[in-house]
Design a protein around this ligand. Structure first.
Ligand code: ATP
Ligand code: MG
Length: 259
C-alpha cells in the first residue's frame, strides 16, 4: 500500500471551554476519495479549518506528503498542495466563467499587486492562461465566456471546484459540495469529482448527502461530538451500531437506506 498523502494524527481542538475535537486521526492515500461525515456540530468543518490552517491545533499533527504542516500558515499549505473550496466566497454572478476561475489565483500570487490586477488589464497574463488550462483539464464543458449568473446551479457548483483547482492541489477538501443540488445534479457532481480524482487529486469530502458519499467515496470516517467513532467503507458505515445511534433522531443517514 502506498504511503499516505495526508496524515491527521491525534488532533484535538477546544474553543474556550468547549472541546470540539478530541484525538481525531485518519489517513488518506494518494488518489483516494475519502468522506468525513457526522451529525450537525460534530466537528467536520473544524477539521477542515485545522487542516487548512484557519485555526491552530491544540494537540496533534498534520503531515502532507511526508512534510509536517501542523504549524504552517495557510498560504504555505496551499503552495504545498492542500486546497479547499471556498464555501463562503461565492462566485461572482455578473462575471464570466473564466474570470471566476481566475479568482482562484489569489491564494497563489506572491504579491498583493498581482491579486489586484484587473482581469483584463493584461490580455494574456499567466494567470489567465492557467485558468483556461484548469478549466480544460477539469473537463467541464462550458463556454469560458458565459456569464456565471446565467448558468444552472449545478454547473456553478462545478465552477467552484474548478476555481479551487487553480492551485494544482494534490489534496482537495470540499465542505458540503452537493448542498442545494437536486438528485440529478448531485449525481453529475459525483461523476465530475470522480473524474478529477483520477487525475492525481485526492479528495476529502464533508457531505450530509449519503447517496453522494456512497456514489463517490471509497472510505468514510464518522465524527460524533468531536470524536471519530467509525472508519471503514460506505457499506460498512450503514451497519455500524455506534454510527446508527449517533444518527438516531436525525434524517441524515436515513437517506442512505433508500440508496
Ligand atoms: N470559531 C469557533 N468558536 C467557537 N466554537 C466553534 C467555532 N467553530 C466551531 N465551533 C463549534 O464547534 C462545534 C463543531 O462545529 P463544526 O462547524 O466543526 O461542525 P460541523 O460538523 O461542520 O457541523 P455542520 O454539519 O452543521 O456543518 C460546534 O459546536 C460549533 O459551534
Ligand atoms: Mg460544517
Amino acid at each position: 500500500m502506498s504511503d499516505p498523502i495526508l496524515q491527521i494524527s491525534n488532533v484535538s481542538k477546544s474553543f474556550g471551554g468547549l472541546k470540539v475535537l478530541e484525538d481525531v486521526s485518519f489517513n488518506l492515500t494518494p488518489g483516494q476519495r475519502f468522506g468525513l461525515i457526522g451529525p450537525n456540530g460534530a466537528g467536520k468543518t473544524t477539521v477542515f479549518n485545522l487542516l487548512s490552517g484557519v485555526y491552530a491545533v491544540d494537540r496533534g499533527s498534520v503531515v502532507l506528503a511526508g512534510k509536517d504542516i501542523t504549524n504552517l500558515p495557510i498560504r504555505e499549505r496551499i503552495g504545498l498542495g492542500l486546497s479547499r473550496s471556498f464555501q463562503n466566497i461565492r462566485l461572482m454572478p455578473h462575471l464570466s466563467v473564466i474570470e471566476n476561475v481566475l479568482m482562484g489565483q489569489h491564494c497563489q500570487s506572491s504579491q498583493i499587486t498581482e491579486m489586484l490586477k484587473p482581469i483584463n488589464w493584461m490580455k494574456n497574463n499567466k494567470w489567465k492562461q492557467r485558468a483556461m488550462e484548469t478549466l480544460e483539464n477539469a473537463g467541464l464543458k462550458v463556454d469560458p465566456g458565459s456569464t456565471v449568473g446565467e448558468l444552472p446551479y449545478g454547473v456553478r457548483k462545478k465552477i467552484e471546484v474548478v476555481r479551487a483547482l487553480m492551485s494544482k492541489p494534490s489534496v482537495l477538501m470540499l465542505d458540503e459540495p452537493a448542498a442545494g443540488l437536486n438528485a440529478r445534479e448531485t449525481s453529475e457532481l459525483a461523476d465530475f469529482l470522480h473524474e478529477i480524482s483520477t487525475r492525481n487529486v485526492t479528495l476529502l469530502l464533508v457531505e450530509h448527502d449519503m447517496n453522494f458519499i456512497h456514489a463517490l467515496c471509497e472510505r468514510v470516517a464518522v465524527l460524533n461530538f468531536g470524536s471519530k467513532i467509525f472508519e471503514g467503507t460506505p457499506k460498512e458505515v450503514n451497519r455500524d451500531k455506534a454510527v446508527l445511534e449517533a444518527y438516531l433522531g436525525t434524517s441524515t443517514l436515513e437517506a442512505s437506506d433508500a440508496a
